[in-house]
Design a protein around this ligand. Structure first.
Ligand code: AHG
Ligand code: MN
Ligand code: MN
Length: 364
């Protein structure tokens, strides 16, 4: 592969900026800083035990349990530091918010403030870190409210509570057999592979499109007794395979790294579900709206897929808090629309089994 035929991430961003002749370059600088944070995390992940970065965060070093009540891995904390340190100085940001920080992060006084907000999950799927399975980072870029920009004031939680449709861009990095950055700046989705010798993200997957149909679904089936009837119905129909109402066999996958599932779906189609369930009534879903569901939802929709709560497009939800959780279904459009339809159709549950309900497997 001749090097000269490949675009770098920087070249891609410059070409995209040409669509907006008045653009200042701050947005591109921000994306490049976020990409640099991802490269730094990729390096830490790649060294693994050799770098002394595996295992749980030592409580004596700060942290150990985050605001979600989840045990922090050393790499959760390190990745969060890379994101904040690399993005705080450039004058592009008014503030940041992260899965690993209870409150918004203020840009330190010695640095200029800018017009964007950066929201991130510094390490997604971190329960997989110690077993050497793919993990990733997810980020979302919002515009700061006008008064924040005008006054250069500290950011508040309320400044971040913007629906996913307001995102200016979103991306994720996946630290797998290769490190990739998948990005949307609102004009489709592009995938870049890290050339580890150059230290550059090279455009390898221009214009990613999610196939509209699929025979592959992803859900944590250990939660099945807590699922709502429409989800049970959908999964039961998939499991029924060729002789069932769908008339085809399905395959199932569960990696427990949403970035890895999202990446598979972008590459070959599929549907991912972490729906609202009854496991813990204080948690309306497992995944977080602002830094997991919205950026992945934005990328899916930009790639011709669909992202939903099951009841409405996830990007239309007005957030109510920084760490809000939500039910999430995304991937191949026709499957997501089917799951949404099942949420509108009444299901008569007899003997606790929707297979025998009114809109069941055994009726039209
Ligand atoms: P995080 O590591 O950032 O807390 O996110 C993990 C998420 C997501 O990546 C994955 O799909 C899901 O949690 C896995 O949940 P289960 O452990 O319930 O399968
Ligand atoms: Mn996550
Ligand atoms: Mn995380």
């Amino acid at each position: 592969m001749p090097f000269s035929k490949r675009f770098t991430l920087t070249q891609y961003l410059i070409e995209e900026r040409r669509r907006f002749p008045g653009a200042s370059g701050n947005f591109n600088a921000l994306v490049l800083d976020a990409a640099l944070a991802c490269k730094a995390i990729a390096r830490a992940v790649a060294f693994g035990e050799l770098g002394g970065v595996l295992g749980n965060q030592d409580s004596a070093l700060g942290g150990a349990v985050n605001i979600q009540g989840e045990t922090q891995k050393k790499l959760d904390v390190l990745s969060n530091q890379y994101f904040t340190r690399i993005n705080e100085w450039g004058g592009n940001l008014a503030g940041m918010a992260s899965e690993e920080m209870e409150h918004p992060y203020q840009i330190p006084a010695q640095h200029p403030r800018g017009k964007y907000l950066l929201v991130f999950d510094p390490l997604d799927g971190s329960s997989n870190i110690d077993v050497n399975v793919s993990v990733g980072s997810i980020f979302s870029i919002l515009r700061a409210p006008q008064d924040v920009i005008a006054q250069g004031r500290d950011v508040t939680e309320a400044d971040f509570l913007q629906p996913g449709t307001s995102q200016m861009g979103a991306g994720y990095a996946i630290y797998g057999p290769t490190t990739m950055l998948v990005l949307s700046v609102g004009n489709g989705v592009a995938g870049f592979t890290l050339d580890p010798t150059l230290g550059e993200f090279m455009l390898t997957h221009p214009d990613i499109q999610v196939p509209v149909d699929t025979q592959e679904f992803a859900i944590n089936a250990s939660n099945s007794r807590f699922w709502e009837a429409p989800v049970k119905r959908y999964v039961d129909e998939c499991l029924a395979g060729k002789p069932g109402p769908r008339g085809k066999d399905f395959n199932m996958r569960w990696i427990a790294s949403m970035v890895a599932e999202a990446h598979r779906i972008l590459m070959r189609g599929g549907v991912f579900m972490y729906p609202r369930d009854t496991k813990d009534v204080t948690k309306p879903g497992r995944l977080r709206l602002l830094y997991e569901a919205n950026p992945i939802g934005f990328i899916m929709e930009q790639a011709g897929g669909r992202a939903s709560t099951g009841r409405q497009p996830v990007l239309r939800v007005t957030p109510s808090s920084l760490h809000q959780r939500i039910g999430l279904v995304f991937g191949s459009k026709n499957e997501v629309e089917r799951i949404e339809r099942y949420h509108t159709e009444p299901v008569e549950v007899e003997s606790g089994n929707p297979l025998f309900g009114k809109s069941s497997l055994f009726r039209d």
